[in-house]
Design a protein around this ligand. Structure first.
Ligand SMILES: *Cc1c(COP(=O)(O)O)cnc(C)c1O
Length: 530
């Protein structure tokens, strides 16, 4: 290690690094490295004849499948119970997760998933319900949906909420379909064909507009990272259906002209779709309805701490203004004298005087996510939710202020909930954003969001969220400062080919994308059962 630029490291860490370097280069017989275990595919572990269960041979019986019953081997691996257990536990240990360490992905809002949420979601009355159960047998679940809906509308200042979309992008689709339905209802469905989207937008925004047949027209972003309001106004016309704007935007900045933008699009007869993925920065402080928003999705896995993946599909409810509320998809909730009821049929909507555009999903959405999000809301209360936003912004500004001199920030002034850096500080070092991010893996961190937003060269977007402690942030900041200094001191070996200490090193990502191997093939053909 001597001769490398590692000032400021405690010597115990120095020793640990030496140890890791030994294991990184020394080939072991098994391919394992200490506790870092190699794991083949479960099919490659196949041990014919082994079985994890002890079932009696079935009695002789006549198949009633008319000769269509399977004759060949099923092709599943045979393994004992401990072998199966070990396989999945070993795989799980290869995952980096929010429970293992800081996950600074900007825009993704990777917050801690409180264990209280998990406990509530496992209550049998919520965990074991079936979407085809009669409503009177799941009144508690429906009441929870009603209360969650109430608070989502309250926090956003909106009239209605569509609960069924399964993610942010799905919510965007739902909101834009409600906008299209509203335009069709006033006879402007065919004439309004253009959707305005800032060039800093998340890719799902233009993709959503294009998917339902709109022409996407890009609005330029000014050098201060905000939408160019004059350029936006110049693009307005009788063929504009909507603007899709993210606020705070993907540069981590508040769109200060948002009220003016909303008024201008309304005056031109269009609607205002707000991408609410960054709602966690303003929850409890700003109600998007007050800003003139007509539709906004809320990623429960971002703002309201439900897990990203791993726990099954997510939830991206969409809040709607009074103008769009009648077009919200079925099923939706109404309050009756007997409590909340789900409206599920066209007849029921007709009786109710609404004209839903259709359905987003077969059923009602993700009960497990609703319970978690609601538990998070209740455990914080309104003051607590406001503090969530404040702490998220404080943490991001702490990161920005602590790194601004060693890295380089593209915009002046403070940020909202995420700190954005560009690659000017790496100029002339031979190190690029990608190398820098991969070197972070060697330091035990998941990299930040890279190369997004596209309007910033070599972007590195860091979102600490409110759930990280000052100690954790200090360690992270010190690590990035150390890496930045190493890059500037031409300590190239820390970057090229990194990660060195991960189970796999630099992958051929282009090769993997161009020639994906998606299917395991047996090396020996499966035997046909007798
Ligand atoms: C996360 C995100 C989305 C998409 O949300 P998903 O839930 O991942 O579909 C859209 N826009 C922005 C700005 C985001 O950060």
């Amino acid at each position: 290690m001597s001769g490398m630029n590692r000032q400021g490291r405690p010597s115990s860490i120095e020793t640990a690094v030496n140890d890791i370097e030994f294991s990184a280069t020394h080939e072991t017989f098994t391919g394992n490295r200490g506790l870092r275990l190699e794991e083949p595919l479960i099919y490659e572990l196949d041990n014919p004849g082994a079985c994890g269960v002890d079932l009696d041979e079935p009695d002789a019986f006549e198949p009633r499948l008319g000769g269509f019953e399977r004759k060949g081997a099923i092709g599943l691996a045979s393994l004992s119970e401990p072998d199966v257990m070990r396989h999945f536990v070993r795989l799980s240990r290869k995952n980096y997760s929010i429970d293992a360490g800081l996950y600074p992905l900007g825009s993704c809002t990777m917050k801690h998933n409180p264990r209280l949420n998990e406990k509530m979601a496992r209550l049998p009355g919520f965990a074991d319900v079936h979407p085809l159960q009669p409503q009177q047998t799941v009144e508690g679940a429906i009441e929870l949906m009603a209360q969650l809906s109430h608070w989502l509308m309250e926090l956003t200042g909106m009239q209605a909420v569509a609960m069924s979309p399964k993610a942010g992008a799905h919510g965007e689709l739902c909101g834009m379909m409600a906008i299209r339905a509203a335009l069709e209802a006033r006879g402007e469905g065919a004439s309004r064909t253009r959707v305005l989207v800032p060039e800093s937008a998340h890719g799902t925004n233009p993709a959503t507009a294009a998917l339902i047949g709109y022409k996407v027209d890009e609005i330029p972003v000014k050098s201060n990272g905000r939408v160019d309001t004059e350029a936006f106004k110049a693009k307005l016309g009788p063929d504009v259906a909507a603007i899709m704007l993210t606020n705070p935007n993907t540069c981590g900045l508040f769109e200060s002209d948002i009220i003016e933008i909303a008024a201008a699009v309304h005056e031109a007869g269009g609607y205002f779709y707000c991408d609410g993925a960054n709602f966690n920065a303003i929850v409890g402080r700003v109600r998007p309805g007050d800003l003139g928003v007509d539709a906004m999705h809320i990623n429960l896995h971002k703002t309201f701490s439900t897990p990203h993946g791993g726990g099954g599909p997510g939830a991206g409810p969409v809040v709607l203004s009074a103008a769009l509320a009648p077009f919200a998809p079925r099923p939706y909730l109404v309050q009756t004298e007997e409590g909340a009821r789900l409206i599920e049929t066209a007849e029921a909507s007709a009786a109710d005087g609404t004209t839903p555009f259709g359905r987003m999903t077969a059923f009602h959405g993700q009960m497990g996510m609703y319970v978690r999000a609601f538990a998070y809301m209740l455990s914080h209360g309104s003051n607590g939710l406001r503090q969530v936003a404040e702490d998220a912004v404080l943490n991001a500004n702490y990161v920005l202020a602590s790194l601004r001199d060693e890295l380089s920030a593209p915009f002046e002034g403070p940020c909202m909930h995420e700190a954005l850096f560009d690659d000017r500080f790496l100029k002339g070092t031979g190190v690029e954003t990608l190398d820098f991010a991969k070197a972070m893996i060697d330091e035990g961190y998941h990299p930040m969001t890279m190369y997004f937003p596209l309007v910033v060269h070599g972007a590195m977007l860091i979102e600490p969220t409110e759930t990280e402690s000052k100690q954790t942030l200090d360690q992270f900041i010190a690590t990035l400062r150390d890496l930045a200094r190493a890059a500037k001191a031409n300590d190239i070996s820390r970057f090229t080919g990194a990660p060195h200490y991960a189970p796999r090193h630099r992958l051929d990502e282009t090769g993997a994308a161009r020639n994906p191997v998606l299917r395991w093939q047996p090396t020996v053909p499966l035997k046909v059962a007798e």
